[in-house]
Ligand binder design. Structure first.
Ligand code: CO
Length: 210
């Protein structure tokens, strides 16, 4: 059996197991999707949203990209956010970074990574904002870990700058936005920051929503 055939084989066994435990399992999931959470995480294979939070299919709407960035000009991201907020009406948005993030580490170097430069440049911009604090951390791993935390904090801020979010805040007093960081070494998620609905941000980013 090849490596990919093994995946298909495991899938069959999983589906059978689910039906054995609950004959209505797939029928129920097929009919309705009502997740309470939108997860914005890193593409890193070691940080699977559902596994590390013990959530089941149907519970988390997921968007992942390199270094868990909130990029409003990214049509993929913007579509996910709009759908999650306006249609699914998620109650919580979680931005989850992780210590030891390769994307964040790469952004701290001068390596030319081609098109990836454009993506990681957004992390360089965050480094520049916090350069005084970051440059003072001598240990390179500790410095990268702090940048991971600051990146999550900035992405939470970025979500609040979105007009769909601001409209939903005003209308329904949801969603709450959470910034978390996952530890690859111990499997523990550390909450970094939280933003309640209707938090006032810099007025420059506040839209006239009704
Ligand atoms: Co990563």
């Amino acid at each position: 059996m090849t490596v990919y055939e093994k995946l298909l084989h495991e899938n069959k066994a999983w589906a059978k197991d689910q039906v054995e435990k609950d004959p209505e399992y797939f029928k129920r999931l097929e009919q309705i999707q009502q997740p309470e959470f939108l997860w914005i995480g890193c593409s890193d294979s070691r940080v699977p949203a559902d596994k590390i939070t013990c959530t089941q299919p149907g519970e988390i709407f997921v968007h992942r990209n390199i270094a868990n960035l909130v990029v409003h000009t990214d049509v993929n991201f913007s579509s996910v956010l709009k759908y999650a907020v306006e249609v699914l009406q998620v109650k919580h948005i979680i931005v989850c970074g992780h210590y030891g993030c390769g994307g964040v580490r790469a952004a701290m170097t001068n390596q030319d990574l081609g098109i990836i430069n454009k993506w990681l440049r957004q992390i360089k911009d965050i480094y520049r904002i916090y350069s005084e604090e970051l440059d003072a951390i001598e240990d390179i791993d500790a410095r990268a870990d702090r940048l991971v935390e600051l990146n999550v904090k900035e992405q939470v801020m970025n979500i609040a700058k979105n007009s769909s979010i601001q409209r939903q805040w005003k209308k329904n007093n949801i969603p709450h936005i959470h910034g978390w960081v996952y530890g690859l070494n111990d499997g523990i998620i550390k909450p970094i920051c939280e933003m309640e609905p209707n938090t006032h941000i810099d007025p420059l980013y506040e839209y006239d929503v009704d």
